[in-house]
Design a protein around this ligand. Structure first.
Ligand SMILES: Cc1cc2nc3c(=O)[nH]c(=O)nc-3n(C[C@H](O)[C@H](O)[C@H](O)COP(=O)(O)OP(=O)(O)OC[C@H]3O[C@@H](n4cnc5c(N)ncnc54)[C@H](O)[C@@H]3O)c2cc1C
Length: 406
């Protein structure tokens, strides 16, 4: 298997483009929207919708997922919270791509390339008693045979961009619900609920440690009706033989094969921001990092910085490998979880070390380092926690079904 880690010329041009955007448009707004947690960053949203999404050098060379990772790294180097406020399909869009038909993809996603007002996609899986264990979902979907509609009932918590996606016409929330609680994961299906659908209600916003620019919503669904063809995949409930899993649930889970490398890249962007800041401050203080010195002569600071760099590089290599495999249409669940687990842990360590190395300056709001430390931790929680991704890796390597290793 040949692997080439050289980015295409177009991806390098895109990287430069997104880096400028991050530096000129995001960094100046970082502190403001960290402090004004529930204020939508309208100037950033408008800029991205009007210009940002249109001017990036066009794709090509078949490296789409790698490009997505490069974009996520650069923009999260700018600001991870603002990145999550971008008017895009996000996880909801990824779910439609992973589990929807071609016709559904066109119907639900084409407005994201249109010229109307900004719109958002979101995905609502998590419930009060179903987080890591998504098979425990209690939210129900019942078919009304009289009208042919699906009727959804339940409460979803911690839904990223849930406010924007549920309110602005044209956007949507992909909701996971069960057709039959006794059927376990085989009964779980996903439904596209368009913004403004009666019965879907925004009832709360979280106050958070980090990524505070991003809205994290609680949504309720009370007799919320969507047409028959808003179900992604088939309504059939099929228990499958060991190892093959249920197809509906599996295709919904396939969303994570695409999104985990992106989350890994987001983590790498935040970690790189902190590392670059530390290196610049050390340089200003006249502290040199001697890469060619023998190990026994290295100072503690030199060791720390080299370790931070190694963590970042190894996370990036795992991330690009998972993304590259996706481009090649190779199964990448194992690699996607490896990248996510490694990057989530790396960014947490790197940003904490950055605060420690800078002392009081790192802890003060005079720089963004303390914010990056707060923004880092979420990468170890959503899209599967550190422990859950490690569990997935173990299952894949040992070839154990989830019933045997949980
Ligand atoms: C800011 C933010 C944004 C989010 N955005 C979204 C979103 O857009 N859509 C959405 O659906 N959800 C979202 N989530 C929810 C997120 O995906 C869940 O919080 C996460 O999956 C963990 O679930 P939980 O909180 O119920 O924790 P739990 O599942 O209760 O886990 C608690 C702890 O136990 C550990 N644990 C659980 N099971 C095991 C096990 N079998 N073995 C070992 N350890 C285990 C976990 O790793 C964790 O440390 C978001 C969360 C946050 C904080």
């Amino acid at each position: 298997m040949a692997i080439d880690f050289e980015l295409s010329q177009e991806t390098r041009a895109a990287r430069d483009y997104y880096h400028r955007m991050a530096s000129e448009k995001m960094r100046p707004l970082s502190r403001r929207y960290d402090e004004d947690e529930h204020e939508p960053p309208q100037e950033w949203i408008d800029y991205y919708w009007r210009e940002g999404r249109k001017q990036a050098p066009s794709g090509g060379g078949g490296d789409g997922m790698v490009r997505g990772c490069v974009q996520a790294e650069e923009l999260c180097w700018g600001d991870a919270g603002l990145y999550l406020t971008m008017p895009v399909g996000a996880l909801g869009g990824a779910a439609v791509l992973a589990a929807g038909t071609r016709e559904q993809q066109t119907r639900f996603l084409s407005a994201f390339g249109g010229d109307g007002p900004p719109i958002w996609g979101a995905m609502a899986i998590t419930e009060a008693s179903a987080g890591s264990d998504s098979a425990a979902i209690q939210c129900t979907a019942r078919r009304d045979d009289r009208t042919g509609e699906w009727v959804i009932n339940g409460t979803k918590i911690f839904c990223t961009a849930g406010r924007q996606a549920s309110l602005h016409p044209g956007g949507f929330v992909v909701v996971w619900a069960t057709l039959d609680r006794d059927a376990g994961r085989a009964g779980i299906k996903s439904f596209v609920v368009p913004a403004g659908t009666p019965g879907m209600k925004l009832v709360g916003l979280e106050e958070k440690l980090g990524i505070r620019a991003s809205d994290t919503a609680t949504l309720t669904f009370e007799d919320c009706r969507v047409p028959d063809d808003h179900l992604l995949g088939s309504a059939e409930i099929k228990q499958r033989a060991r190892g093959s899993g249920d197809k509906g649930f599996r295709s919904a889970m396939a969303t994570f094969d695409a999104s985990r490398p992106i989350v890994a890249a987001m983590a790498i962007g935040v970690g790189r921001a902190a590392l670059e800041h530390v290196k610049r401050r050390l340089e200003e203080e006249g502290v040199e990092i001697r890469y060619d010195a023998p190990p026994r002569e290295l100072t503690a600071i030199e060791r720390d910085v080299m370790e931070m760099e190694a963590e970042l590089q190894s996370a990036r290599l795992l991330c690009w490998r998972a993304a590259w495999m996706m481009n090649q249409r190779r199964p990448n669940s194992l690699e996607a979880s490896m990248a996510k687990a490694k990057a989530g842990r790396a960014v947490t360590r790197i940003t904490q070390k950055a605060v420690a190395l800078l002392g009081p300056e790192g802890y003060s709001t005079r720089s963004l380092v303390e914010k990056w430390m707060r923004d880092a931790k979420i990468n170890d929680i959503y899209e599967g926690t550190q422990q859950i991704n490690q569990l997935i890796i173990a299952r894949r390597i040992l070839d154990y079904p989830s019933s045997m290793l949980r």
